[in-house]
Ligand binder design. Structure first.
Ligand code: MN3
Length: 201
């Protein structure tokens, strides 16, 4: 099976009170696990594709068999998106960007608060389920985008640096319908050390 559920690098209680332990347990252990299972099932009869990483599959999504393409978009996308999501959260990381990323944020958005506002705005405007992202393009330019469902920015040739899940399963147990409150709280658990690293690679 090509994909496995990555372990969290921190306890499910680590992001309290901003992200509650029950949400983390279900989100990682049930939702992300289902994307992994369904991605593996989609690839079960496509052995030539099983050696590709999730990112490489998403980069080449238009070359994959049409019969499984939407399943790969949903589930390999879901796997890649959530893997990044767990990595960019954590207690103990830097609470503001540094280095080249900090400079690029200042020159592109003005300051960090304006970037946060743009990501929150894109997340609020995402109707239904999806993600709000900070991405870089091939030239290194930064952009804020939103994608529906589990569509990955990688499918557009973009590199996701930071993404916030705005599916209701990411926040409903604690925040119910208050997506704006979830987004405001979420910034408290962003690990900018990892986001800056994503920009550098
Ligand atoms: Mn999710």
């Amino acid at each position: 099976m090509p994909f496995t559920l990555p372990a969290l690098a921190y306890d499910v209680t680590a992001l309290e009170p901003h992200i509650d332990a029950q949400t983390m347990t279900i989100h990682h252990g049930k939702h992300h696990a289902a994307y992994v299972t369904n991605a593996n099932n989609a690839l079960a009869e496509h052995t030539a594709l099983q050696s590709l990483s999730a990112i490489d599959l998403l980069k080449k999504i238009n070359d994959t068999p049409e019969s499984i393409r939407q399943a790969l978009i949903n589930n390999v996308g879901g796997h890649a998106n959530h893997t990044l999501f767990w990595e960019i959260m954590a207690p103990g990381g830097a609470n503001a960007p540094s280095g080249a990323l900090a400079a690029a944020i200042t020159s592109t958005f003005g300051d960090l608060d304006k970037l946060k506002a743009a990501i929150n705005d894109a997340g609020m405007k995402r109707f239904g389920s999806g993600w709000s992202w900070l991405v870089s393009d091939a030239s290194g330019a930064l952009k804020v985008i939103s994608t529906p469902n589990q569509d990955s920015p990688v499918m557009q040739g973009l590199t996701p640096l930071l993404g916030v899940d705005v599916w209701e399963h990411a926040y409903y147990l604690k925040y119910q319908n208050r997506r704006a409150d979830y987004l405001a709280a979420w910034w408290n658990v962003v690990n900018w050390t990892v986001v800056a690293h994503n920009y550098g690679r």
